[in-house]
Design a protein around this ligand. Structure first.
Ligand code: GRF
Length: 190
């Protein structure tokens, strides 16, 4: 019988609250499995979260990540079909994008193409939104290409941020991420 399970690798560098939602969403899924977490930061909270779900974690450094042969060989046993970037800050090397054409998505905490690009991540995004007195912000889920935050947008959701401080904006945006990311991944895969 052919294996119809789609294996996801979640790449995350930090707290991993989005990763956690994805683990929960697919925990008992019949056709999608989170098969691997890739992490570039020792001690990142996402590592503990993955362990609780019994998901293997591959720790990487920049040299290893840039090494096409070695990195793809490390993914190989996990038979990865799809990559999800959930708070992963490194630029994805071209070889990996070529290996997963339209099979890699990222979530960005703003309404791209505004507030995207190198350096526009985490609190920097929310502070810029605040400074510019934006009335709304939101999330963008997009395919990953070789330029930060510029791949095709798959899904966006908005929230009102008028009168909110950067922390409050971040909290509103995170709520949207937690609500939509796993569901949108599922739509792409099922
Ligand atoms: C999220 O805001 C996401 O948009 C961005 O990184 C953050 C990750 O948060 N790409 P967490 O680690 O999932 O809590």
């Amino acid at each position: 019988m052919t294996n119809t399970i789609k294996n996801i690798a979640v790449f995350a560098s930090g707290g991993g609250s989005n990763a956690q939602k994805i683990f929960e969403h697919f925990q008992h899924h019949t056709s999608v499995k989170v098969a691997l977490v890739v992490c570039n930061k020792e001690g990142a909270h996402v590592i503990e979260r993955a362990k609780k779900f019994g998901i293997p974690v591959l720790m990487i450094n920049k040299t290893f990540f840039q090494n096409e042969k070695e990195f793809l060989a490390a993914l190989q046993p996990h038979k990865i079909d799809f990559i999800v970037l959930a708070g992963f800050l490194w630029l994805i090397p071209p070889y990996l994008i070529r290996a997963f054409p339209n099979k890699m998505v990222n979530i960005h905490p703003a309404l791209l193409p505004k507030y995207g690009g190198k350096g526009m991540h985490g609190h920097f995004v929310h502070e810029a939104i605040y400074k510019n007195k934006e009335k709304e912000s939101g999330i963008s889920i997009h395919f990953v290409n070789e330029i930060y935050d510029s791949g095709e947008i798959i899904f966006q959701a908005k929230c009102a941020v008028e009168g909110l401080n950067p922390e409050e904006i971040a909290a509103e945006v995170l709520k949207l991420e937690h609500l939509h990311f796993a569901k949108e991944i599922e739509k792409l895969l099922c």
